[in-house]
Design a protein around this ligand. Structure first.
Ligand code: NAP
Length: 297
């Protein structure tokens, strides 16, 4: 189906990621109704031509597609199926495109609930930081029937040139969760190595230089090691709370597959500590929790 430039869409969730994504859809010429729990985050999008909706239900009214980008499964449940949720008004046949990172079970349950209301569900978590969202350079991790994905493409291409189709609904979320679980393990591991080097009194400028040129210099090491060594956590893009949430969802999925994953559980425990300390701070700040020596007897 070709989409006219003024096709109506609803965009729900204007946090660090959703704000940039909604902006891309506006720039692509769609008629975008936006809703966010705190309205102030919509102000500049409204100046750019977005319509403010007083509820998710209002954002979904007469929409051809509704995209959601909220924190977690609980938020997704509220914005789709709450008393003023998008599912209350979305027209039959509309696309329900869930971009938030939610649990695998939530994906399956939400797809069933929305299909029962006549909607077409697209499982569409993403990778990429907020600046990539604002530039339309996310990677989309899709679980959907091929024909459903084809219907959704006009709404996805402003967000990304890289659409990876993993299979049926749920498959995109499985991939997203393993991706972020591996990230949790790596970042917690970087923090542990740095903590040892600091406590052992190494020259941390030299450690930094050596790490960045070493075989362990994965993109996560390149990104996080310098920030951890400098204790520079400015421009938080991905928070400790979101990293913890994703690792928890991944371990829940592993349990349904009867996999015992000690490293994954350790990463969950480490990120639980980081989240208790500073949920909304950058995920790299985990080094501050890990680098505190425990007391001697
Ligand atoms: P964020 O800046 O914290 O934004 C979270 C959004 O969820 C905000 O719009 C927030 O509304 C909304 N929200 C939270 N609880 C809600 C509730 N109970 N009811 C309604 N709305 C609620 O987070 P983000 O970084 O944009 O992340 C959004 C999603 O993208 C998450 O699932 C995250 O895991 C995923 N993700 C993030 C990144 C990244 O680099 N940040 C990358 C890939 C994927 P308020 O504005 O009112 O708080």
């Amino acid at each position: 189906m070709s989409e006219s430039a003024r096709t109506r869409i609803g965009f729900i969730g204007l946090g660090k990621m959703g704000h940039g994504m909604a902006g891309r859809l506006l720039d692509a010429g769609f008629d975008v109704a936006v809703w966010n729990r705190s309205k102030a985050k919509a102000d500049d999008l409204i100046r750019r031509g977005a319509r403010w909706a007083d509820s998710p239900a209002e954002a979904a009214r007469e929409a051809r597609a509704i995209l959601t980008m909220v924190a977690d499964g609980a938020a997704s449940q509220t914005v789709w199926l709450g008393p003023e949720g998008a599912a209350m008004t979305a027209p039959a046949g509309a696309l329900a495109i869930e971009c938030s990172t939610v649990s695998h079970q939530h994906t399956l349950d939400m797809a069933a609930a929305l299909r029962a209301r006549g909607l077409v569900y697209i499982d569409c978590p993403v990778t990429g930081l907020p600046d990539a969202a604002a530039r339309g350079e996310l990677t989309l991790l899709v679980g959907a029937e091929p024909a459903d994905l084809d219907q959704a493409r006009p709404f996805l291409t402003p967000l990304s040139q890289t659409i990876r189709h993993f299979g049926a609904v749920g498959a995109g979320t499985v991939y997203k969760l393993i991706n972020n679980l591996m990230g949790a393990i790596q970042i917690a591991g970087i923090a542990e190595g740095i903590a040892i080097a600091e406590q052992a009194g190494l020259d941390m400028a030299l450690v930094r230089e050596a790490l960045l040129g070493s075989v362990v210099a994965s993109p996560q090491v390149l990104r996080h090691a310098p920030r951890m060594i400098a204790r520079d956590f400015s421009n938080a893009t991905f928070t400790a709370a979101l990293r913890h949430k994703d690792a928890v969802y991944a371990v829940q999925l592993a349990e349904t597959l009867r996999l015992e994953l000690p490293l994954s559980r350790a990463a969950v425990a480490s990120y639980a500590r980081a989240t208790d300390a500073a949920p909304d701070d950058d995920e790299g700040k985990i080094v501050e929790v890990i680098s505190k020596p425990y007391p001697r007897d």
